[in-house]
Design a protein around this ligand. Structure first.
Ligand SMILES: [Zn+2]
Length: 179
């Protein structure tokens, strides 16, 4: 198999059969959904590597497997001080491709790996982006902001006092209102 040119239309079966290794440095700006969650200009890159395999666990199936690793440090918005905070994302995940959605549902519970439905033309970049998005913290914050529990304004203090059990939700709500 030749090195695929279009990583958004990958022949997964051929990729797995050839036990191909692909890797790259892709600008975060090319991952539109991820870039949209970042704060300001995003000049950083996602380093990723994908390894194909057929049945590495020898379970008598010839399913295609994909081992994916990706890492990036992205600027998010601190939910407390609203300044940018650098957050390191690290993904390491095995995927197994199955024939259809029904098989994926049936086998999902007993599988450590994630199951994906086999497609003739697979979007590897979208998978990397999906995984990075799932790795984003729900409430990004500076370590210092996280440990500093004192409210920063009277308004925030009043709200925090009202709903003590979940200050994170309150901070998220505050941020939405400021938009
Ligand atoms: Zn902060």
């Amino acid at each position: 198999m030749q090195t695929p040119k279009n990583l958004r239309a990958l022949d997964v079966r051929a990729f797995a059969k050839a036990q191909m290794h692909l890797e790259g440095e892709t600008p975060v700006a090319e991952f539109e959904r991820l870039a949209a969650d970042c704060s300001g200009e995003v000049a950083c890159h996602v380093s990723w590597a994908a390894q194909g395999a057929i049945d590495p666990e020898q379970r008598g199936k010839d399913d295609a497997w994909l081992h994916l690793e990706a890492k990036a440090t992205v600027p998010l918005t601190c939910q407390r001080c609203l300044h940018p905070v650098s957050v390191a994302l690290l993904i390491e995940q095995d995927f197994r491709f199955v024939a259809d959605e029904a098989t994926a549902l049936a086998e999902d519970d007993e599988s450590d790996e994630d199951l994906l439905v086999m497609e003739d033309s697979f979007d590897l970049m979208a998978l990397i982006e999906d995984e990075l998005l799932m790795g984003l913290p729900l409430v990004p914050m500076h370590d210092a902001c996280l440990s500093e529990q004192a409210p920063t304004s009277d308004e925030e203090e009043a709200i925090l006092a009202e709903v003590k059990p979940n200050p994170f939700a309150v901070l998220a709500a505050l941020k939405t209102r400021k938009h």
